[in-house]
Write a protein that binds this ligand. Structure first.
Ligand SMILES: [Mn+2]
Length: 243
């Protein structure tokens, strides 16, 4: 098994952007082979309606590529984003992906690291927080999953259109992370956070009163991918194609 890890998020894969799936397949060949774990930190799919999405066949090639990683001894772990939190055991069964859920903590080179999509850090965006609370509710989720695929797909597409319109209207202040939410996440011994969602790749240092916290934000995939690698005992922000 390979060493190290690669962290990606916000690919927003859909039938609308076949070129992005092609970029991802090249990325797997050139940047992930020989690595121990691929961490997907949410919004991998533009939307995912639940187990019925498997029958749509929309992402069959992508899921087959993920399964091939597993066959090659590379672990694939999936944290929910705000667009694909309906992903569950259907991904494990078909593609061998471990669906972890909202977040998790892992140790990387002695750094207690929180892995999370990041939309929960936008705590100033009340509308999104309400949507989040309702859509993550167990009963609502079960009802949604029981709908025929065509109906839930229609709802997902409407929600996406509404969210795209919403993003255009929202100010930078509500779209960006609330510092108090980040500081709270650095509690309980966490000194590193890796997340996506805000589509802006950067590294930020936080003074946590006697200790330092580091926040790595991953970029969204367009013509290029801005991702993070953990190799040789260090986190390294990288770009594909490129350095
Ligand atoms: Mn997101």
């Amino acid at each position: 098994m390979g060493a190290g890890a690669v962290f990606i998020s916000d690919l927003h894969l859909s039938g609308r952007h076949p070129e992005r799936a092609e970029l991802f397949y090249r990325f797997l060949e050139e940047r992930v082979s020989g690595i121990g774990t691929l961490w997907i930190l949410g919004d991998f799919f533009d939307y995912w309606i639940g187990p019925a999405h498997m029958r749509l066949g929309e992402h069959r090639e992508t899921l087959t590529k993920l399964r091939a990683l597993g066959d090659a001894g590379i672990e694939v772990k999936f944290i929910w984003g705000n667009r694909d939190f309906q992903a569950g055991s259907e991904l494990s069964k078909f593609a061998g992906v471990e669906v972890i859920g909202e977040s998790c903590e892992r140790e990387f080179g002695g750094h207690r690291t929180l892995l999370i999509h990041g939309d929960s850090f936008c705590s100033r965006d009340r509308g999104h927080q309400v949507f989040r609370a309702v859509s993550r509710n167990r009963v609502v989720k079960a009802l949604y999953r029981a709908l025929p695929a065509g109906v839930s797909l229609g709802i997902a597409q409407k929600l996406r259109a509404r969210s795209e319109a919403g993003v255009k209207r929202k100010t930078m202040a509500t779209m960006s992370f609330a510092e108090e939410a980040i500081r709270e996440a650095f509690g309980h011994g966490v000194d590193t956070i890796v997340c996506g969602h805000c589509h802006d790749a950067k590294v930020e240092e936080f003074d946590l009163g006697g200790r330092k916290g580091r926040l790595y934000t991953l970029g969204a995939w367009e013509e290029k991918a801005e991702y993070l690698e953990f190799t040789g005992g260090e986190f390294r922000p990288r770009t594909f194609p490129g350095a």
